[in-house]
Design a protein around this ligand. Structure first.
Ligand code: ADP
Length: 240
């Protein structure tokens, strides 16, 4: 099966360098200190943040700063086949890399011995949930009022049918040649998440990385707009 048509369009009609539609809503959960909901193509992801609060387990406390604990979970109904409930190797890995990506931007040093707990629930999954999860979590941390150097935005690029493409869809993720999820902090120029599955040449890697970073800048604007929208409404006394 061919993933890219002769007209250069992809299975869902996108151009090679085009993102799926992204929508971010801030402050969707009242019990959490911060929250965000992201719809990204067919992905639906919710992020909730609690803290900073004193780390319950004293052995896990860090006297130099807060510990960011991430729990990424795919709901049992998030894909066609039922996902087995509970942690898996994959969810443990994704929680770890998202936590490390957030730790780079959160001013952890302001909260010694504290924990910041981040929950990411994938309600519907269709490729790119770690990027959608990190993007949502970053906004939820900001919504919690936790000081950060900048928001981290995330997006994947990759290769399918010999072409470098942005933001892989489900078919491209399954049948493509490479997937390169990236987490990028526009304010500092840091890459805080970088993984690669599959094969690309050095040149292909460079152009995929450049494409993903450009998309992260675009997503960063969407994150900022969502936060501004939330607080502009509140200042005006509307909403809740
Ligand atoms: P990401 O969601 O970050 O792209 P993967 O590359 O591991 O992470 O997964 C790609 C896609 O495969 C997911 O978005 C989801 O649609 C699907 N998937 C992942 N795990 C499962 C699972 N246990 N059962 C069914 N589909 C899954």
């Amino acid at each position: 099966m061919s993933l890219i048509g002769e007209d250069g369009k992809r299975e869902d009609g996108r151009a090679l360098d085009e993102l799926r539609p992204i929508k971010i809503e801030v402050g969707v959960l009242h019990n959490a200190d911060g929250s965000a909901y992201v719809e990204w193509g067919k992905n639906k992801v919710l992020a909730a943040v609690y803290g900073p609060k004193e780390m319950y387990n004293k052995y896990l406390q860090d006297p130099t700063g807060a510990v960011v604990q991430v729990n990424y979970n795919m709901a049992a109904f998030s894909v066609d086949d039922r996902v087995r409930p509970g942690p898996s190797r994959r969810s443990i890995e994704i929680s770890k890399i998202i936590g490390e990506a957030l730790e780079r931007v959160i001013m952890r040093e302001d909260f010694p011995r504290a924990s910041i707990d981040v929950f990411i629930e994938v309600l519907e999954a269709s490729a790119g949930t770690r990027c959608a999860g990190l993007t949502a979590a970053s906004v939820a941390v900001a919504d919690a009022g936790i000081p950060m150097r900048d928001l981290v935005a995330s997006c994947a690029a990759g290769k399918a049918d010999g072409h470098i493409i942005l933001d892989l869809g489900k078919g491209e993720d399954n049948l493509g040649q490479a997937d390169l999820p990236v987490g990028y902090v526009p304010g500092t120029g840091e890459i805080t998440l970088l993984q690669m599955d599959g094969h690309m040449t050095r040149e292909e890697f460079d152009s995929a990385l450049k494409l993903a970073i450009g998309a992260c800048e675009e997503i960063h604007d969407i994150q900022k707009r969502a936060l501004k929208h939330r607080y502009a409404i509140h200042k005006g006394g509307e909403g809740q």
